[in-house]
Design a protein around this ligand. Structure first.
Ligand SMILES: Nc1ncnc2c1ncn2[C@@H]1O[C@H](COP(=O)(O)OP(=O)(O)O)[C@@H](O)[C@H]1O
Ligand SMILES: [Mg+2]
Length: 268
């Protein structure tokens, strides 16, 4: 596995994760994240591997690679890294977009009178008003992906927009920060416990804590090539551990079957 040395002057960044304790550094054009609660890095790498087997283009998601991290104090730990996706663009999280327009997503997300679909629609209408973008398809597909990987961290700072200050144009950032998924938090989901029981404990975000409620927002076509994914999982043993086991069990879940098309190695 690749080893990345963290120079002493590199600043350890504060996590924006809802569980809040994953250390992160930027070294050159690499963003490095250290495992803290379990196997977040492996889950992150596996999540991007799934997306590499989807209809999405490479620029639609961040590719994460596994790494060993050599800390300035000599300690070695494990994590993952990605290359900078921002360049000269300004990043504005969904939450920050609302703040910049003197409002908050809470007004919609915490409104108990609204159904999941209504919350989604109201939020998307605001996004369209603030940026001109209609990202309904992309966001519902993201929520479907989250249901597949059991992502517990899709809060409103993990949905990101990029603003081009010269062209004054907006676009959705690539899908990123998928590491708190596939039961990677071993503190909350202890190893050795039955997967079926642990899987039921995971809570979704941001529209509803139920993955199936969020999944039902997605009405688009199948977007993941299951055969390609299974072949990749078989051909590469990258030490995914339980992350792979959880994914394989998700692949057998009938409620997710419509996300997959059965491609063939012969027609790619
Ligand atoms: N590959 C990357 N390119 C550009 N910015 C990144 C990249 N990876 C992380 N970041 C920055 O770091 C922030 C936190 O990263 P994230 O992966 O969400 O980690 P966490 O939320 O677990 O701290 C992002 O909102 C973004 O500002
Ligand atoms: Mg994050």
């Amino acid at each position: 596995m690749e080893r990345i040395t963290i120079p002493p002057e590199a600043v350890r960044m504060i996590s924006t994760s809802s569980k809040g304790d994953q250390s992160k550094w930027r070294v050159g054009n690499k963003w490095i994240k250290q495992n803290s609660r379990g196997y977040e890095g492996q889950a992150e790498v596996l999540a991007s591997l799934i997306l590499s087997c989807s209809i999405l283009n490479e620029q639609d998601y961040v590719t994460y690679k596994p790494c060993e991290i050599l800390l300035p104090d000599g300690e070695i730990s494990v994590g993952c890294y990605s290359y900078d996706f921002r360049g000269k663009l300004q990043e504005v999280t969904l939450e920050r977009l609302f703040e910049a327009n003197f409002t908050s997503t809470d007004l919609i997300l915490n409104n108990k009178a609204l159904s999941t679909a209504e919350k989604f629609e109201q939020l998307m209408q605001k996004v369209q008003l603030f940026t001109g973008l209609d990202v309904r398809e992309e966001v519902t597909r993201l929520l479907a992906f989250d249901a597949l990987i059991l992502n517990e961290d899709r809060h409103t700072n993990n949905i990101l927009f990029l603003f081009n200050p010269i062209e004054k144009s907006w676009r959705l950032a690539p899908i990123f920060d998928n590491g708190l998924s596939l039961l990677s938090d071993e503190k909350d989901f202890p190893p050795g416990k039955p997967l079926t029981i642990l899987k039921r404990k995971v809570k979704a975000k941001p529209f509803n804590s139920s993955f199936s409620k969020q999944l039902s927002l997605y009405t688009g076509p199948a977007f993941i090539d299951k055969i390609m994914l299974l072949q990749l999982l078989e051909s590469r043993d990258l030490g995914f551990g339980r992350a792979k086991e959880v994914l394989l069990s998700q692949l057998n879940d009938p409620s997710l079957a419509h996300l997959f098309f059965e491609g063939s190695v012969f027609n790619d």
